[in-house]
Design a protein around this ligand. Structure first.
Ligand code: DX5
Ligand code: ZN
Length: 230
């Protein structure tokens, strides 16, 4: 079977934390391309999740399978914690454009740590917020829910934003990943991929879905496959 041009990134926020390692292993064996790690500080978003100890704990599992840890920092002034998360095993650090005053500097700081840099946008933040930084980033993350909680519904207007960002990336010859996060399931994954996403984050649909973790990942991959006929 041909390789799917869209990465599936299960969000560990939706795992059963009493059996985090097992759940993560199920996702890895089940075909996860990346592991998405949500860091929430109770300031930038109303919820608190966990700190660098959790990515550090699952890092051996991810490393053994050569799966990158895709760390999404929903924290104010993320520049304060870049090093800690890089040391905890992040292959990629994504900061919110709304959370850092000097985005260009923060992006350069991430790259100086030898890892990939991403920039996330809240649903109400315009794409112009990343226009000037596009040549410097490896990934743009479009939030399709207001960040802070798993299990929310996909905001429908996100699809038009994804299409516009896809055009912007194409026009500028950028090969940055276009990641989408929030409310993604097998029901809407094909449309989101068709709009131009190249990485889909999914928490509830994968770890709390109807079937096993592996079957939920396979189902999502299969619906995305229909878009590319691969
Ligand atoms: C939301 C987080 C998401 C979340 C996605 O603030 O950034 O990564 O875990 O969860 P679902 O797939 O349940 O919407
Ligand atoms: Zn996330």
């Amino acid at each position: 079977m041909a390789r799917l041009p869209v990465k599936i990134a299960p969000s560990i926020l939706a795992t059963d934390f009493t059996r985090l390692g097992e759940h993560v292993s199920e996702a890895i064996v089940g075909g996860a391309d990346w592991l998405h790690v949500d860091i929430m500080d109770g300031r930038f978003v109303p919820n608190i999740s966990f700190g660098p100890m959790i990515p550090q704990a699952i890092r051996p599992l991810a490393d053994a399978a050569n799966i990158p840890l895709d760390v999404h920092l929903m924290i104010e002034e993320p520049e304060r914690y870049l090093k800690q998360f890089a040391q905890a095993g992040a292959a990629r650090l994504t900061v919110h454009a709304e959370a850092t005053r000097h985005l260009h500097r923060t992006v350069q700081d991430i790259k100086e740590l030898g890892i990939k840099a991403g920039v996330a946008l809240n649903p109400a933040t315009s794409l112009t917020a990343v226009e000037e930084i596009l040549p410097d980033v490896d990934l743009i993350l479009i939030m399709s829910v207001n960040p802070g909680f798993g299990g929310q519904s996909y905001i429908p207007q996100s699809s038009s934003k994804i299409r516009r960002l896809r055009r912007m990336l194409t026009d500028r010859g950028s090969s940055a990943w276009l990641e989408v996060d929030g409310g993604i399931s097998a029901k809407n994954a094909a449309d989101i991929a068709a709009a131009g996403a190249t990485a889909l984050v999914a928490g509830s649909a994968i770890f709390r879905g109807e079937k096993s973790v592996a079957d939920n990942i396979t189902e999502m991959k299969n619906v995305v496959r229909t878009v590319f006929s691969v």
